[in-house]
Design a protein around this ligand. Structure first.
Ligand SMILES: Cc1cc2nc3c(=O)[nH]c(=O)nc-3n(C[C@H](O)[C@H](O)[C@H](O)COP(=O)(O)OP(=O)(O)OC[C@H]3O[C@@H](n4cnc5c(N)ncnc54)[C@H](O)[C@@H]3O)c2cc1C
Length: 536
């Protein structure tokens, strides 16, 4: 193994509110405009770091503009968010109708026999025991050997998801498994709002109509329809796609990813849930995009993400309803427009954009809440060091942009490597040559059977997803020589027994409870020392 790295950021442990010596004395008032997930997550993260230093934090939200009301799946990093704030799962999950997420199944993205579906697992300590074998077999297969290399065979999370098991093992089992969550986004917003207010964040209602700049060009205050003028030293723009402060008032340019990623619209609608509650998101390929299916304790959240260049909203709604068996159902469908790309500077002057106001790389792989968390946490890191100058901003923006580009390339790869030919949408995606140089290099290495890990470590591409995920994606899509071109493996190529791996995974899975059983009685956080998760 070339390298290991911890997946869980152990540094985000809850720290009781206390003065942070580095906070600049000029920072007295922070105004967060917007009360969606971005607004309240930012309020919690900034609140934990700054309230103890006497900084006043206010969230201002419009009484007339609602939140986007989607965004119900997370990456494992959300666990770090709640643990960092000292909020146990047993406190936040039940009121948010939340469930556990072992990863995502991609269904129908590839038409290669044997690769019609694959699972993108969240890493587990156990995966350290099978990663070498997986990577060995992948390279053997790329080089023409007929050995099994489908990721689902190698990772315990795939087995858990397949059997509706929860990714939390029994206490006596020492291996930790990394997992994400599904939740009701409206309820999560309400929960975070209540917690933030309890911890001392102020909450105001008001619809911003005007943003005033001072003589230096910084934001001085916002004015609302209700007649308030609210001044602050620092502003956080969480106004969603409107981006009233950073993009409108400060005229920060936007870099569109429309050439890389074609989807620009979505339709969301719920459907009933019954029986066992799955512990995974499923992402089904559709005629002109893909649809998510997210299980909550109360319902499924469904959504069709598509491109209006290839299909009309009515056609998309019909296709979604047909697939869900809800063609004549009165449940309304919500149509949403998406702007795909990012701003050039996420922190400009005295304004930080967090959430959809800073950019969005479409919902595939559910990355947006992680951007919110990382942006706010990274910003806090600078403030705590007393660094709020031009050099801090430049460094910060470069880091956030790197995260955006790396993640974009990972998402683009799903479309580029699809092997569907049934519609113009999929053919155009496979033919799309708007790929970053990093991504072109990476795909070339893979197709030549070379190791991709050193390249991912070296490139900005690694700032999005780890090597582990890249292997799962490329192998899961079946990016191998055609079956008829494979040859019998050499003894070295065939040196790992899949039976042993199957056995190991089957035995490990016995330590995990049924998902619905665990949801009925979520245990308190572990205090024993679970082994750290490493991924390669
Ligand atoms: C189709 C779709 C699916 C998605 N799925 C996922 C997913 O699975 N996982 C994931 O992590 N993310 C997902 N996302 C992204 C996720 O929904 C957002 O990142 C998240 O909800 C944060 O949104 P926000 O708070 O930035 O914006 P919003 O929720 O739109 O909130 C904007 C806030 O600004 C306020 N506001 C607007 N105008 C004014 C004004 N004039 N004055 C005062 N206040 C104002 C509004 O009142 C509101 O409170 C998805 C997004 C889309 C579009």
């Amino acid at each position: 193994m070339a390298q290991t790295a911890t997946l869980f950021n152990q540094s985000t442990r809850f720290q009781p509110l206390a003065p942070r010596p580095g906070v600049p004395p000029t920072l007295k008032k922070v105004l967060i405009v917007g009360g969606g997930s971005a607004g309240w997550m930012s309020a919690m993260i900034l609140g934990q770091a700054l309230l103890g230093s006497g900084v006043e934090i206010t969230v201002l939200e419009s009484p007339s503009v609602g939140i986007i009301g989607v965004g119900e799946g997370s990456t494992p990093w959300l666990r770090g968010f709640f643990e960092g704030l000292g909020i146990p799962e047993s406190e936040w999950m039940p009121p948010c109708n939340a469930t556990y997420k072992c990863g995502i199944t991609f269904e129908g993205w590839s038409r290669k026999p044997g690769y019609e579906r694959y699972f993108h697992p969240f890493a587990s300590m156990l995966d350290n025991l099978t990663m070498t074998q997986f990577v060995h077999n992948v390279h053997a297969r790329i080089n023409g050997a007929d050995v099994p290399a489908h990721p689902n065979r190698f990772f315990v999370a795939a087995r858990l998801a397949e059997q509706c098991l929860a990714p939390k093992p029994a206490y006596q089992f020492p291996f930790d498994v990394w997992y994400g969550y599904h939740f009701d986004s409206v309820l999560l917003g309400q929960f975070l709002q209540k917690k933030a207010v309890e911890r001392g964040v102020r909450h105001l209602q008001g619809h911003v109509t005007d943003v005033q700049l001072n003589e230096r060009g910084d934001i001085a205050s916002v004015r609302t329809q209700e007649g308030q003028t609210i001044a602050a030293d620092f502003f956080v723009d969480c106004t969603g796609f409107a981006s009233l402060l950073l993009q409108k008032a400060l005229a920060t340019p936007f870099v569109s990813y429309a050439e890389n990623l074609f989807n620009d619209a979505a339709i969301a609608m719920p459907s009933p849930i019954s029986g066992e509650i799955p512990s995974q998101t499923v992402s089904y390929a559709m005629r002109h995009g893909w649809r998510w299916q997210i299980p909550l304790t109360s319902r499924y959240g469904n959504g069709y993400v598509y491109s209006t260049a290839f299909c009309s909203p009515d056609e998309a709604e019909r296709e979604l309803r047909e697939t869900l068996g809800l063609l004549d159902d009165p449940t309304p469908a919500r149509h949403l427009k998406m702007r795909i790309g990012r701003v050039t500077e996420h922190w400009r002057r005295n304004c930080l954009a967090v959430g959809l106001s800073q950019g969005f790389i479409e919902p595939l792989e559910a990355t947006a809440l992680l951007f919110i968390q990382r942006t706010a946490e990274r910003f806090v890191g600078y403030v705590e060091q007393g660094r709020m100058d031009d050099s801090a901003r430049a460094e910060f923006n470069q880091q956030v942009n790197g995260h955006f580009e790396g993640t974009r390339d990972y998402i683009v790869t799903h479309y580029k490597t699809n092997s569907r030919t049934d519609t113009e949408y999929w053919r155009a995606n496979a033919a799309n040559m708007h790929l970053s140089d990093d991504l072109k290099r990476l795909l070339t290495l893979w197709l030549h059977g070379r190791k991709i890990a050193p390249e991912i470590d070296k490139q900005a591409i690694g700032r999005g997803y780890p090597v582990f995920s890249w292997y799962c994606l490329l192998a899961g899509m079946g990016l191998f020589p055609e079956a008829q071109d494979l040859r019998a493996p050499t003894a070295d190529e065939a040196r790992f027994s899949l039976d042993e791996i199957d056995n190991l995974i089957a035995r490990s899975a016995l330590n995990f409870p049924k998902h619905h059983t665990l949801l009925a009685d979520i245990p308190p956080p572990r205090t024993d020392k679970a082994l750290q998760i490493y991924f390669w």
